[in-house]
Design a protein around this ligand. Structure first.
Ligand code: BES
Ligand code: ZN
Length: 614
């Protein structure tokens, strides 16, 4: 018995699942999925096979060929991070059939009532499986070391439609036969039900399993791209189609840099405002927060990032979350290469600057827990959602940039192409990457301290703080704020959201409230439609105890569920900065009032922030 992943019960001596056939009945009335899952293993196995699950109730486990029951046990108390272990006794079986139901509190699923949707008339449900939530939708070996293909038959209300990280095969009428295992013939074939079929032919890690069901509409954006959102949100769809018009050019650029696009289609889904991330790279169907659609270049940057995952992350995958930088560091590097071509070098440099700022701040956040300033880190007993940070993104980016600077761009490009081609559809760790690097760039370990970069804490001295006119100018303007100097109108005339974000983030953590008010009076930052700007400003307002803005803080925390905004605002409210009783009460009350509108993952993250300080 040896675990291969600190976040999974999967055992190194067991065969891995290669295919899953799912049959799912979505019951919106009780926020439950009744499902059956046939897991096919890479080899026949005799013994106790362990699977991951979270708040799932198992009805039966059978041999799929004979339908005879297989003995199994469900651990009596769930592990707080990994969930509930299921052990099934197999005797020479190479597949097993599990009949089960999910829980209304399944951590991957957010069920929205009609009132929580744009149209207010139909319900909606969507998934977020990264890092370890797929196990709350179906029992599985929920580790990125196990790559699965899948076929899905999804029974949904006839007034809705479904999208998935998979190829849509067809929509059809339900037939009674397929409901037998679930014991629900009459409901399965209800007049108002429809079945959608999907198939995923490429092997992917379970965290990339994704679907959304609602009253969806779409616009065509490019030859292999549509953008989907709630059909009633027509203006949002139009704005999204405009915002993402350059997607095909970016795919082309990605192919030039990293090799063929292997996933056939690249569709986008704009989710309701409670979506907990900016974007999620679900293959063939990237998920996006609606907050990225604001009519500037940054929406396309998020798409560039999720697109870049088509190579780094989805083709080559970290073997477990301790090597998460292999996903996000490479993707941040790839994203910036795409942005550099389609939006110009200045934009790319500004992004490096914002990233640098973020990295420096994480060093402060983790000053008592330096383990999480390492690229490769120990996550035994650690919830990946709690330690999510910019470190894997920005330190990972810096590491790759360091190599690029050492060997030159042309050589690094060639190396990247070969790396992707060598390891595509594989899950690898930091050691495998380093071996490949040393084999293909002989002598690199003499030029760069690879061990310090991947296993050391903090920011290495040979990291690269960007220099560009605009970056340097903004940072020095921010320094002058302390002496009571605000930027002049002509200095900010051509600033957009990202420039403001960089400026605000470089201001001292706590300022004179009168200065904050004056800054806002002049530049209307608290009212910004750009959430990055608004949240940076509100964070500063909180840490400066500028209480005039607490109404805006409350509204923001209630309007959007993106964790990039929830984390800093709740953290600023509860951080012990002396005499913040009022702020703590505000945090507690707002969370109590908005909790139900957040995705379960965001609920957990906010809970963990509040529990540290309340
Ligand atoms: N894969 C991540 C999102 C993620 C990470 C979900 C870890 C769950 C656990 C995605 O590619 C991402 O990095 N999104 C960023 C946007 C990007 C432009 C940096 C985000 O959501 O902010
Ligand atoms: Zn990413």
């Amino acid at each position: 018995m040896a675990p291969i992943d600190p976040h999974s019960f999967t055992d190194s001596t067991h065969p891995l699942t290669t295919h899953v056939a799912l049959s799912l009945y979505l019951d919106f009335a009780i926020s439950t999925i009744h499902g059956s899952a046939v897991l096919s293993l890479s080899a026949a196995f005799s013994g106790d096979l362990s699977l991951d699950s979270r708040s799932i109730s198992i009805r039966k486990i059978l041999d799929p060929k004979t339908l005879t029951p297989l003995p199994f046990t469900v651990s009596s108390s769930p592990d707080p991070i990994r969930g509930t272990q299921i052990v099934v006794s197999l005797s020479g079986h190479s597949s097993l059939l599990i009949v089960y139901s999910t829980s209304p509190s399944a951590s991957a699923l957010q069920w929205l009532s009609p009132a929580q949707t744009f149209s207010k008339t139909q319900p909606y449900v969507y998934t977020q499986c990264q890092a370890i939530h797929a196990r709350s939708i179906f029992p599985c070996q929920d580790t990125p070391a196990a790559r699965i293909r899948y076929d899905v038959v999804m029974n949904i209300p006839g007034s809705l439609s479904a999208v998935m990280s998979a190829r849509h095969v067809r929509r059809r009428q339900p037939v009674p036969d397929e409901a037998r295992l679930l014991d629900m013939e009459s409901r399965w074939c209800g007049e108002d039900r429809a079945v959608e079929e999907f198939t995923m032919e490429q092997p992917i890690p379970p965290y990339l399993f994704a679907f959304a069901v609602g009253e969806l509409g779409f616009r065509e954006v490019g030859p292999r791209t549509r953008v989907y959102a709630e059909a009633a949100a027509g203006e949002l769809l139009d704005a999204a189609a405009r915002e993402f018009a350059g997607t095909e050019e970016m795919i082309g650029q990605g192919e030039k840099l990293f090799g063929d696009y292997e996933w056939e289609r690249f569709d986008l889904l704009v989710l309701p405002p409670s979506f907990p991330y900016g974007g999620m790279e679900n293959p063939r169907m990237v998920f996006l927060t609606p907050t990225v659609i604001k009519g500037d270049a940054t929406g396309a940057q998020v798409v560039a990032h999720e697109l870049a995952h088509s190579w780094t992350g989805n083709l080559i995958t970290n073997t477990n979350n301790e090597h998460f930088w292999l996903n996000e560091g490479f993707t941040t590097y790839a994203e910036r290469r795409i942005v550099e071509v389609v939006q110009g070098e200045d934009r790319a440099t500004l992004n490096i600057g914002i990233g640098w700022r973020g990295l420096v701040e994480e060093m402060d956040r983790f000053k008592d827990n330096m383990e999480f300033t390492k690229l490769k880190n120990n996550q035994e007993g650690v919830d990946p959602d709690d330690v999510y940070s910019q470190v894997p993104y920005e330190k990972g980016f810096q590491f790759l940039l360091r190599i690029e600077r050492q060997i030159g761009r042309a050589a690094f490009d060639e190396f990247l192409k070969k790396y992707i081609d060598t390891f595509k559809f594989k899950s690898i760790d930091t050691g495998t990457f380093l071996e490949f690097l040393k084999a293909n760039v002989p002598g690199i370990e003499k030029e760069i301290n690879l061990e310090m970069w991947t296993e050391g804490t903090g920011i290495p001295e040979d990291a690269y703080e960007p220099v560009s006119n605009i970056y340097t100018k903004i940072v020095s303007l921010a320094k002058e704020f302390k002496q009571g100097k605000m930027p002049e109108e002509d200095e900010v005339a051509d600033w957009n959201g990202q420039e403001w974000e960089l400026y605000l983030e470089n201001l001292p953590k706590s300022c004179e409230p009168s200065q904050i008010l004056a800054l806002d009076k002049r530049y209307m930052l608290a009212e910004s439609k750009d959430y990055e700007v608004k949240v940076s400003f509100l964070q500063l307002a909180i840490s400066s105890k500028c209480r005039e803005y607490y109404g805006q803080v409350e509204k923001t925390l209630k309007d959007v569920g993106r964790m990039k905004y929830l984390r800093p605002l709740y953290t600023a409210l509860v951080q012990p900065t002396g005499g913040n009783h009022e702020e703590k009460l505000l945090a507690k009350r707002v969370f109590a009032e908005s909790r139900e509108t957040y995705h379960p993952i965001a609920q957990g993250v906010v809970e963990s922030i509040l529990s540290k300080h309340l």
